[in-house]
Design a protein around this ligand. Structure first.
Ligand SMILES: *Cc1c(COP(=O)(O)O)cnc(C)c1O
Length: 399
């Protein structure tokens, strides 16, 4: 990575692990085969490589190889899960349940489904970002076909009670889809034992390449099907046509294998760096809040609100030396305050004064010390100039 720049935006994308890059290289030129070519060794070798990668990912998820559908990323997997279930099970019902804090790659397909005659219930979350299981169970109707709840939130790292949700869905005979893009490779994610029927993940959030993802589709007890959203040669069990991205898939497999061996140590290392960052900032600054702090969280994600320090302005004080994100980064160019924080009951001005720090495999403690220093300086500087902060200091209740 670039020297002198500190990358703390791993939830937006991770760098490829160098071992992943090495695993991919032979599949660009030396072995150029199409995995669907059945009449020559180029095709056979490509298929073998894809099979191996499928097995590496399936092993990480503890599912059968045949339950993995490769896609172009989690956005496609989310679309395939929601629209694919809606179309496949339309005769049973047209109601789906999801959550206000989902990623746009779930919320936008849900919106699409509403425009196509479906109905969608959006569950609330509490101040820690967690759904209420009673609210979920009460929302299930006879015509409900799908519950879609993400495994871990990309902005806050908050982990939903997936097993409990799975049990409720099982009791009511409703399919359960989870966007686990931020969780796979970071914490144990085992859809079968958690009662998850469909699950999305993406290589570039777990040290693999961009443009490759997967959808797990359960094959037994029950056998789940989704209507393909891309028609073509019938690849991937007729669920996702299109020539497979062999180098990308090989890299995804390698990334899955690596994360299985590194996961525990990495979680511990990142949790301790993240906790240090949070305790230092909370100790040394007044009026700082870590969003979702009381909930189970991913180890590497920290979402922090700094009163009277506008997020964009705060980032500007870093002079392009530190890569972090405002809560709104995932909605591309929009400067809307984060829908995730608003759903957690964070006020608009506070949501606009929030940064997401996401750490990863290559983060060092020296970098964290530098970031702490930069944030302390930046926040203090902005507050010196802030009329809002002056009011607060004069004892005005701003909440
Ligand atoms: C990044 C992300 C996506 C989108 O994944 P792509 O592979 O970039 O399409 C979807 N959901 C969550 C939770 C994410 O973090």
């Amino acid at each position: 990575m670039q020297p002198n720049l500190i990358y703390l935006d791993y939830n937006a994308t991770t760098p490829c692990d160098p071992a992943v890059v090495d695993s991919m290289l032979p599949w660009f030129y030396q072995n150029p085969g199409n995995a669907a070519s059945k009449s020559h060794p180029f095709g056979w070798k490509a298929k073998e490589a894809v099979d191996q990668a499928r097995n590496q990912l399936a092993s990480l998820l503890q599912v059968d190889d045949a339950e993995i559908v490769f896609t172009s990323g989690a956005t496609e997997s989310d679309n395939l899960a929601l629209k694919g279930v809606f179309e496949m099970y339309g005769r049973k019902g047209k109601h789906i349940i999801t959550v206000k804090t989902e990623h746009k790659a779930v919320l936008d397909p849900a919106d699409h489904i509403e425009k196509r005659g479906g109905t969608v219930t959006y569950l609330n979350v509490n101040s820690q970002g967690l759904i209420d299981l009673n609210e979920l169970e009460n929302a299930i109707r006879p015509d409900t076909v799908l519950v879609s709840v993400m495994w871990a939130n990309n902005e806050t790292g908050v982990i939903q009670p997936v097993k409990e949700i799975g049990a409720i869905c099982d009791k009511h005979g409703v399919l359960f889809f989870s966007d686990a893009t931020q969780a796979v490779g970071k914490i144990p994610v085992h859809p079968r034992e958690s009662g998850v029927h469909l699950l999305a993940c993406s290589a570039h959030k777990m040290y693999g390449p961009k443009g490759v993802g997967a959808l797990y589709v359960r094959k037994r007890q029950p056998r789940v099907k989704v209507t393909a959203q891309l028609d073509g040669g019938g690849h991937e069990n007729d669920m996702r046509s299109g020539t497979l991205n062999v180098p990308g898939i090989v890299g995804f497999g390698k990334a899955a294998e690596l994360s299985a061996t590194l996961m525990d140590a990495e979680f511990q290392k990142l949790e301790s760096l993240r906790n240090h960052l949070e305790t230092q900032l909370c100790e040394k600054l007044e009026e700082v809040w870590v969003n979702g702090r009381e909930a189970p969280r991913l180890a590497h994600t920290s979402n922090i609100t700094f009163r009277a320090a506008d997020a964009e302005a705060l980032i500007n004080t870093f002079n392009q030396q530190i890569a972090v994100s405002t809560g709104s980064a995932c909605s591309s160019a929009s400067l809307e305050p984060s829908h995730v924080l608003l759903a957690m009951g964070v006020a608009e001005d506070k949501a606009r004064s929030t940064l997401r720090f996401s750490l990863g495999r290559f983060t060092t403690s020296t970098e964290i010390e530098q970031v702490i220093e930069a944030v302390l300086k930046g926040v203090s500087k902005l507050r010196e100039l802030s009329p809002l902060w002056m009011l607060f200091k004069e004892g005005v209740d701003l909440d």
